[in-house]
Design a protein around this ligand. Structure first.
Ligand code: ZN
Length: 308
């Protein structure tokens, strides 16, 4: 082998090692934290979860393609994987951005309820999912998805199969899920209203006799969470007192756009959360809200918007 070739191989070898060390270090370092990023997408919901094991999960996509810009800010340029996409329910402010996400990212799997909705954007999204051959799975009962030893997503709601069904109020078909990493928990509620909250907590209907004394806590689902994404953009249709008392959120995130037409969030709900000593973060005031967990403690980073 000529002397020159040895030299080239040696240089290539050194370059490979120098590249591998920081890559390994970055990967190793990233493996210890969970990031839950409430993206600032205006009036709508979109949350990116980066698991400690390297998976990217996207719950909802907001009302337009702003989500593409936000994902670009949060993911390195080479990472175009969305390991799991979840559509909480098919309303436009949760769905629309997911169309461009599918066009620009490699989406590996989708979860949804399959409840009937006939808006053009929803039908276009379904067609795109079919065209790209993305596995799409109906959530027809509560179940748990493990992302690694200490990180799991507990899908708590809906309690029944809604596929192919007409649902009166699609908000109450929203997938509700609790993400657990070590001792930290995050509760995602889509646009679920108090009707869904009550079904979930198993409150007896008003005419029924009160529960027997000593009724075991096991009969109720565990909803406690450090961080709650307030249901339905902080509207007073959601975040009922009984529900909040079970969740006991230290932090509540409200995904809401500035000066929205709906008057979200409701002042009543803000007051209710303040009485519970829950620290409130809102996308309209705090920009994208990033919550990082090491499995024991959480820390918060915001990017406040300049006032208009
Ligand atoms: Zn919504």
């Amino acid at each position: 082998m000529p002397h020159k070739l040895y030299k080239i191989l040696l240089i290539l070898g050194i370059v490979a090692v120098l590249t591998a060390i920081p890559t390994f270090w970055l990967t190793f370092k990233a493996a210890s934290d969970l990031e839950v990023i409430f993206l600032d997408v205006g009036q709508g919901d979109s949350t990116l979860i980066k698991t400690p094991y390297g998976q990217n999960i996207l719950i909802d996509g907001g009302p337009d393609n702003t989500v593409i810009k936000r994902l670009g800010e949060e993911l390195p340029w080479w990472d175009k994987n969305i390991d799991l996409m979840i559509l909480s329910h098919p309303h436009e402010d949760h769905l629309n951005g997911l169309i461009d996400v599918i066009k620009r990212y490699k989406v590996k799997k989708i979860l949804y309820t399959g409840a009937i909705h006939t808006s053009p954007n929803y039908l276009a999204w379904l067609e795109l999912v079919r065209d790209r051959n993305i596995p799409i799975i109906i959530i027809d009962k509560p179940q748990t998805i493990n992302f690694g030893d200490e990180c799991r997503l507990e899908i708590l709601y809906p309690l029944e199969n809604l596929a192919g069904q007409v649902v009166n109020n699609l908000n109450n078909s929203s997938i509700i899920a609790r993400l657990v990493y070590g001792e930290n928990k995050f509760l995602f509620t889509g646009d679920a209203e108090t009707e869904a909250e009550k079904k979930l907590i198993g409150l007896p209907p008003p005419q029924a006799p009160p529960p027997l004394r000593g009724r075991g806590e096991m009969e109720y689902v565990d909803l406690q969470a450090d961080v709650l994404k307030a249901g339905h953009h902080g509207s007073d249709t959601s975040s009922g007192i009984e529900f909040l008392n079970l969740v006991k959120p230290e932090i509540t995130v409200i995904q809401v756009g500035a000066d929205n037409d709906f008057g979200h969030p409701s002042r009543r709900i803000i007051k209710r959360l303040e009485r519970l000593d829950s620290q409130i973060f809102r996308n309209d005031l705090d920009g994208t809200i990033k919550i990082v967990s090491d499995g024991k403690k959480i820390r918060i980073q915001t990017s406040p918007q300049p006032s208009p």
